[in-house]
Design a protein around this ligand. Structure first.
Ligand SMILES: Cc1cc2nc3c(=O)[nH]c(=O)nc-3n(C[C@H](O)[C@H](O)[C@H](O)COP(=O)(O)OP(=O)(O)OC[C@H]3O[C@@H](n4cnc5c(N)ncnc54)[C@H](O)[C@@H]3O)c2cc1C
Ligand SMILES: C[S@@+](CC[C@H](N)C(=O)[O-])C[C@H]1O[C@@H](n2cnc3c(N)ncnc32)[C@H](O)[C@@H]1O
Length: 420
């Protein structure tokens, strides 16, 4: 007797169970767009992802309210009139109808999906609004009922990550594309299990803007008062430092009260600046080759909310700092390597408002008022670092790391299975 068995497990994922969960989830998205999901849906999301509002106005609003994409593939695909487009996982139809508008009456767009509620909704809208260049196809994207080379463009938005057989999806897409055709996918695609929890150390407001699809950051991060920034001149110099030089050396300007007002109230550089000079190689000889020293000088300056034109004045401000280091008696005439970092460069390195010191520690931005290290809209994501709890400085960010680790441990106890 021969017993035949069918395995539904691919790469450790139970495909039958996965398919059931995905269908249940997107049935809900089609029928209850007002429901609460662990991802954002709807028009606000679509606009933030770059869909042209005029294009959105040209497609059924009911499709958009169930929009659950992660990018704007039809925008990136540069669709032209007359093209044949296949949309993998077409959902309620935002990308489908957007593509239909762009390819026009001489083009053709096919949407493929395996969730009946999504297909029913998009078919109803197709008929109601007269999208004669649109067709729907019921079934999995891992196996396509189309001839080789049938399409000019294949698009997909937030779907391939839901498939346990990603290689099959791409193989089928390649097969149905004509030679020279285009594949435009917005997705997270990995053959590996993604961890259930992620700790984000990037600056929190920038992480919201660039890593979380533009999800609104907490109000205090968007509207709050940011700390002053600094210009940092950092150098490796030949020669040792005089004995009286310490690891940290603070040089106050003569009139330091008004000087700090310059930065914090008036948004301009200090007339008589204070500066911190540090010599890391004094405490750790491995920081410089034998007979050399590493040194940095830091002058507090306004962040990019201030009034300084850094493009025009940046070099002069740095020169003044360099001169002040020399005038203060540091032997830095033999500079071997040097680097300057000012507000524009801090910003380029991913720090909001061009400051490495994050949100200021005013009373309303400290303790419970600082941005939380979690966001219920993104389960499993936890923040650490100076832009979240408890705040700025090495001791604070070490505590922040510990708080994030506690969050992860708690989350791991509460959730044991991958959630969709
Ligand atoms: C010149 C200077 C001197 C200082 N001196 C002192 C001091 O003497 N004592 C003190 O207590 N504090 C000091 N501070 C403050 C202290 O260094 C900071 O508060 C602290 O390091 C901030 O830690 P963090 O984890 O938030 O950020 P960071 O230490 O900057 O770590 C963030 C990390 O995330 C990475 N990252 C950012 N974006 C992304 C992304 N999109 N993808 C992947 N990785 C990313 C960055 O490359 C970086 O490695 C100083 C700061 C500066 C600038
Ligand atoms: C994130 S939504 C797609 C969003 C859609 N592009 C839009 O404009 O709103 C995911 C869709 O892919 C479908 N889907 C997921 N896996 C699929 C698969 N293996 N085969 C067919 N459809 C799939 C789901 O039913 C759901 O409708």
């Amino acid at each position: 007797m021969t017993i035949s068995t069918t395995t539904t497990t691919v790469g450790g994922v139970d495909v039958t169970d996965l398919t059931r969960q995905v269908r249940e989830m997107y049935t809900d998205v089609a029928r209850r767009p007002e429901g609460s999901y662990h991802f954002e849906i709807g028009r606000v999301l679509a606009q933030r992802l770059g869909y042209d509002p005029a294009l959105l106005d040209a497609i059924p609003s009911e499709a958009i309210e169930s929009f659950a994409g992660v990018g704007n593939p039809s925008g990136l695909a540069d669709l032209r009139p007359g093209e044949r487009v296949l949309d993998l996982g077409s959902g309620s139809g935002t990308d489908l109808f957007a593509a239909a508008v762009q390819v026009g009456p001489t083009g053709r767009v096919v949407g493929r999906d395996f969730t009946q509620a999504q297909l029913a909704k998009s078919e109803h809208l197709r008929v109601r609004d007269g999208f004669v260049n649109v067709e729907l196809s019921d079934g999995p994207i891992e196996s396509l009922p189309f001839e080789d080379g049938a399409f000019d463009v294949v698009i997909s938005n937030g779907v391939v990550n839901l498939s346990a057989r990603k290689a099959d999806v791409f193989a089928e897409a390649a097969r149905v594309l004509r030679p020279g055709g285009r594949l435009v996918v917005a997705d997270i695609v990995s053959g590996e299990h993604l961890p259930e929890a992620v700790v984000c150390n990037a600056d929190l407001p920038i992480a919201y803007r660039t890593l979380l699809g533009g999800l609104d950051a907490p109000r205090v991060a968007r509207r709050g008062k940011y700390s002053p920034s600094c210009v940092l001149w950092s150098a490796g110099v030949g020669g040792a430092m005089p004995e009286e030089v310490a690891h940290h050396n603070v040089h106050f300007g003569a009139d330091w009260g008004p000087a700090f007002d310059d930065i914090t109230r008036h948004g301009r550089v200090m007339r008589d600046p204070s500066m911190l000079v540090s010599v890391p190689s004094l405490g750790d000889a491995s920081r410089a080759p034998r007979g050399c020293s590493t040194i940095f000088a830091l002058e507090p300056v306004p962040n990019l909310d201030g009034k300084v034109d850094w493009v025009r004045r940046g070099d002069a401000i740095t020169d003044r700092l360099r001169r002040r280091v020399i005038d203060s008696g540091y032997p830095v005439d033999d500079v071997r390597v040097e680097e300057v970092i000012g507000p524009l460069e801090w910003e380029r390195r991913g720090l909001a408002r061009g400051t490495p010191f994050s949100l200021a520690h005013t009373w309303r931005q400290t303790g419970p008022f600082r941005p939380s290290n979690r966001d219920d809209r993104v389960p499993g994501l936890f923040f650490t670092g100076s832009s979240t709890l408890p705040g700025v400085g090495v001791p604070m960010v070490l505590i922040s790391g510990k708080l994030a680790a506690e969050r992860v441990a708690h989350y791991a106890r509460e959730t044991s299975t991958l959630r969709w």
